[in-house]
Design a protein around this ligand. Structure first.
Ligand code: IMP
Length: 181
């Protein structure tokens, strides 16, 4: 399958994704029994994963979508990235960040640091995919769907230049330069 300049091949089937999500939802429901956690899916990439995961969770919970907004700064220091969208008070709540993919882990680390500064009761993360760099840096992701190498993937919410989010399974790019991921 070709999307723009890249060729993709099937990587993780829809059945495997759903089976793994059922496992993650069961683990979360068990670990948070007696609590009412707040799921914070990070848009855009996690919309499909979050919808499937949260509907399989069997304990009471809340959901509030967040987004990382990038503002290109005037200074040469580059992007200023900030978390937007969370309206409810997160004070004293048990938060579960829902991420599509953790690559370097810098995005997740920033989100967790920012939320922690608001006095949350606890904060953990669930990611459908985790790449090798995040593992090497010991980025704190309590619930991981699939550990993958340093490949570029799309489908099931994940995009390449905005395309491919609608695909029901996960694909990986052929011959993607390793230094680009
Ligand atoms: P990190 O800050 O390096 O962990 O990057 C995380 C974000 O980069 C994810 O939330 C995705 O939006 C994007 N990303 C990283 N790897 C991929 C990929 O293989 N496919 C699509 N998006 C990716």
């Amino acid at each position: 399958m070709k999307i723009q300049d890249l060729e993709f091949e099937p990587f993780i089937s829809s059945a495997d994704v759903q089976a793994r999500i059922a496992f993650l939802a069961e683990a979360i429901s068990r670990d948070y029994a007696g609590l009412t956690p707040v799921f914070l899916p990070v848009l855009n990439g996690s919309f499909m994963f979050a919808a499937d995961l949260i509907r399989k969770v069997t304990i009471p919970c809340r959901v509030s979508f967040v987004k990382i907004a990038s503002y290109v700064g005037m200074e040469s220091t580059g992007d200023l990235r900030t978390l937007i969208g969370h309206e409810e008070s997160l004070f004293n709540q048990d938060l579960i960040i829902v991420e599509d993919i953790v690559d370097s882990g810098l995005t997740l680390r920033k989100i967790m640091d920012e939320l922690r500064s608001r006095g949350t009761r606890s904060i953990e993360a669930v990611a459908l995919l985790r790449k090798a760099p995040a593992r090497e840096r010991s980025i704190d992701v309590k619930y991981v769907g699939f550990d993958i190498d340093k490949e570029f993937v799309l489908g099931y919410g994940l995009d390449y230049n905005g395309l491919g989010r609608n695909l029901n399974e996960i694909y990986k790019a052929l011959d993607y330069p390793q230094d680009k991921t």
